[in-house]
Design a protein around this ligand. Structure first.
Ligand SMILES: *[C@@H]1O[C@H](CO)[C@@H](O)[C@H](O)[C@H]1NC(C)=O
Ligand SMILES: *[C@@H]1O[C@H](CO)[C@@H](O)[C@H](O)[C@H]1NC(C)=O
Ligand SMILES: *[C@@H]1O[C@H](CO)[C@@H](O)[C@H](O)[C@H]1NC(C)=O
Ligand SMILES: *[C@@H]1O[C@H](CO)[C@@H](O)[C@H](O)[C@H]1NC(C)=O
Ligand SMILES: *[C@@H]1O[C@H](CO)[C@@H](O)[C@H](O)[C@H]1NC(C)=O
Length: 523
């Protein structure tokens, strides 16, 4: 480090003079101090932090100003900035410790600017101002401030967004958070009144021996006084028998910034909005008067944009014996509000396909024993998949079928699932679910939809599900889609060959005609 001559002399002089200086009550000198402790919040007001001191003495009496820092509880001081005042022989502006210039700037007369203060950079800053009093006596004034950096809460481990649980099973939801000070975590149930609160404190919520009454959206909230964050978990119950699924269309009128990724199930945008909407829909059913009508599951199937309005297609599964299970929802939206959402007061029950844009599934349709569907799995398509009897295909098919058996384990009506083909486009699995008794396709598929509602199926990431509604009797007897892409390619090639053949024939005929014309002319 380069230290200039006047600076060295200045330091020596300062040290000598210090020995003779007096200390006087601070209140008479300081007209402004930063206030101790000085709180800075990461991400809120930590980028430029000014510690401002002001004093009553005129500048021409100030001999020096020095600002040091030390860790709290230690005495080891590091000089940050110093300057000589007009009352000294070495007037100059502040010099900031060269190794710390990226962190600090000093402004006259006595302001220290801290840049981008992070957690872990908590220091006690001490300013010492020296001034020449009457008869050459030097007086020292100092002031200390502790800069405390707080960090707002942040959720590190989100609880599972959606789960489906068998009656009597146990479920543990975990919500791990960080922050300084350590945040308090509370769990609440959306829509519940205070006397029904979950009352769990801490990062873990245990639901033991789950009953239908436990269905709903749970929220973990982390608060440390410097910010609040929360996350939702939707707890669904597997219906083992006598359930019926109702599809409703909700129009969200305000406050949803539409982005195209809302069309994609599994995108962060979709999942965030779906969590909020699921919680809002579950709320009326958590009120004591509506508990008997609690849905087994709420599944947001799709968001779409129609005439500038965001539409949500939602499946709700209820006990089949319930009379008017949608009544609590109707009542809630009658004033145009559903939780934080502004909604159309009218709920469209069992919307027709032309009201849903992508028409991935219909709630109408003839009862059938076989439900056909395509599911996109986010995996690379391997060439072996073209042949279903191949060992590689078998592996995928077997694990798919065993996941299906699991998803339908409590459905007495379920017989089996058969994979009828694997096609490209990631991997599109065509499959047929067989039922003992005829089901409406949209109801037959509902257990499966619930199983993939978190965007996964077993170990697979899943994308689009397309319900291939049979509609006609021909489709009930034959699988709806050819599962041999090779055959399809052959057909393509044949068409191409025919076209080329025709073109070649035309050219040959033309050449012959021209040649014949030439011969005629030549004669
Ligand atoms: C930063 O924000 C916190 C919380 O709002 C407040 O207490 C503190 O005084 C602020 N600090 C500064 C330097 O503005
Ligand atoms: C500057 O700061 C460093 C710590 O980063 C310290 O070790 C050093 O002594 C300081 N230099 C001066 C001249 O005070
Ligand atoms: C659920 O938890 C309870 C209490 O901790 C325990 O007795 C029971 O065996 C658990 N049930 C299952 C299915 O794990
Ligand atoms: C956590 O909650 C307790 C009890 O309500 C309270 O005393 C404490 O200040 C809270 N802590 C934070 C960081 O908010
Ligand atoms: C979900 O709700 C929270 C408030 O509870 C809000 O901060 C967030 O922006 C909402 N997200 C979406 C995608 O609606």
């Amino acid at each position: 480090m380069v230290v200039s001559f006047p600076s060295v002399t200045g330091w020596i002089l300062t040290i000598v003079l210090t020995l003779t200086s007096l200390k006087i009550s601070e209140a008479e000198f300081w007209t402004r101090t930063p206030g101790d402790p000085f709180i800075v919040v990461d991400g809120v007001n930590n980028t430029i932090v000014n510690l401002v001191w002001e004093y009553s003495e005129p500048e021409d009496r100030i001999v020096s100003v020095g600002i040091n820092r030390r860790k709290q509880g230690t005495t080891d001081e590091t000089p940050i900035a110093t300057r000589f005042g007009q009352g000294s022989r070495f007037t100059s502006s502040f010099t900031v410790n060269a190794t710390l210039r990226s962190k600090y700037m000093a402004l006259e007369p006595a302001t220290l600017q801290l840049k981008n203060v992070k957690n872990g950079e908590e220091y006690v800053y001490t300013i010492t101002v020296r001034y020449g009093a009457a008869r050459g006596i030097l007086v020292n004034w100092d002031d200390s401030v502790f800069v405390d950096v707080k960090v707002p809460p942040r959720i590190i481990t989100l609880p599972a967004r959606t789960t489906r649980n068998g009656i009597g099973s146990n479920l543990t939801l975990i919500c791990e958070v960080a922050g300084d000070p350590t945040p308090n975590i509370t769990w609440t149930r959306e829509g519940a009144t205070t006397n029904q609160l979950v009352n769990a404190i801490g990062s873990v919520l245990n639901l033991v021996k789950i009953q239908l009454n436990d269905a709903g959206s749970y929220r973990c909230t982390a608060d440390n006084g410097y910010g609040v964050v929360s996350s939702l978990a939707s707890v669904n119950i597997i219906c083992s028998s006598h359930c019926k699924t109702t599809t409703v269309l909700l129009r969200l009128l305000q406050g949803i910034g539409w982005t195209d990724s809302l069309r994609t199930r599994g995108s962060l945008q979709f999942e965030n909005l779906a969590s909020n909407l699921t919680a809002a829909i579950s709320s009326p059913y958590s009120r004591p008067e509506n508990e008997g009508k609690r849905p087994y599951y709420i599944n947001i199937k799709e968001f779409s944009l129609r005439s500038g309005i965001v539409q949500a297609i939602v499946d709700l599964q209820f006990s089949s014996g319930l009379i008017d299970p949608l009544q609590p929802l109707h009542v809630d939206i009658a004033n145009g509000e559903l939780g934080p959402f502004t909604v159309d007061t009218q709920l469209v029950v069992n919307p027709s396909t032309d009201e849903t844009t992508t028409a991935t599934s219909t709630s109408t349709g003839q009862p059938t024993n076989q439900v056909y569907a395509d599911l996109t799995i986010m995996e690379d398509f391997l060439s072996e998949y073209r042949d279903l009897s191949n060992q590689v295909s078998k592996q995928l098919v077997d694990s798919f079928v065993s996941e299906m058996d699991k998803a339908y384990q409590n459905d007495d009506n379920y017989v089996r699932t058969e994979v009828t083909g694997l096609r490209t486009g990631s991997v599109i699995v065509s499959f047929t679910i067989y039922f003992k008794n005829a089901v409406i396709p949209s109801e037959g598929i509902s257990n499966f939809e619930a199983a993939i509602s978190d965007g996964t199926f077993g170990t697979y990431q899943v994308g689009h599900l397309t319900l291939l509604s049979p509609g006609t009797s021909t489709l009930t007897s034959t699988p709806p889609r050819s599962s041999q892409p090779t055959e399809f390619q052959c057909a393509c090639d044949r068409t191409l060959l025919v076209i080329i053949g025709v073109l070649v024939s035309i050219i040959i005929v033309l050449i012959l005609v021209i040649a014949w014309q030439h011969r005629k002319l030549g004669k």
